[in-house]
Write a protein that binds this ligand. Sequence first.
Ligand SMILES: Cc1cc2nc3c(=O)[nH]c(=O)nc-3n(C[C@H](O)[C@H](O)[C@H](O)COP(=O)(O)OP(=O)(O)OC[C@H]3O[C@@H](n4cnc5c(N)ncnc54)[C@H](O)[C@@H]3O)c2cc1C
Length: 91
Amino acid sequence: MIDSFEKSGTKIMTGAMLKGVTEAGALVEKDGRTLEIPADDVVISIGFRPVKSMAEEIRALGYEVIEIGDGEKVGNVMTSIWSAFDAAKGI
Ligand SMILES: Cc1cc2nc3c(=O)[nH]c(=O)nc-3n(C[C@H](O)[C@H](O)[C@H](O)COP(=O)(O)OP(=O)(O)OC[C@H]3O[C@@H](n4cnc5c(N)ncnc54)[C@H](O)[C@@H]3O)c2cc1C
């Protein structure tokens, strides 16, 4: 994918937030500044973060909670399977 982006001249911006899409292109906030990047098409690719609040709420009720998979740390199918395996072994 990265190779095809390079071949087609697709501009990649990381650490930036898409604020809007205009007729001219993308409005992007980066390092506290808003920039307008000329573009025909805009693709956003965002990651994930685990949400810890539910585990903490259940823990606060006095239950033991073992977080596994993406709830513990965002990864992939294999990291989820292994963390579930480790949790099951410890029960
Ligand atoms: C678009 C996309 C593509 C991906 N492609 C790949 C890939 O090609 N290969 C790879 O290895 N990994 C891939 N991943 C990552 C992989 O899908 C995850 O890392 C993995 O599914 C995490 O497993 P999990 O069991 O922790 O969570 P999930 O698979 O997200 O399972 C959590 C489950 O809990 C349910 N749930 C949530 N809240 C509640 C609630 N309150 N009560 C009851 N149920 C609830 C959800 O509906 C869901 O079914 C991809 C992820 C995405 C988003």
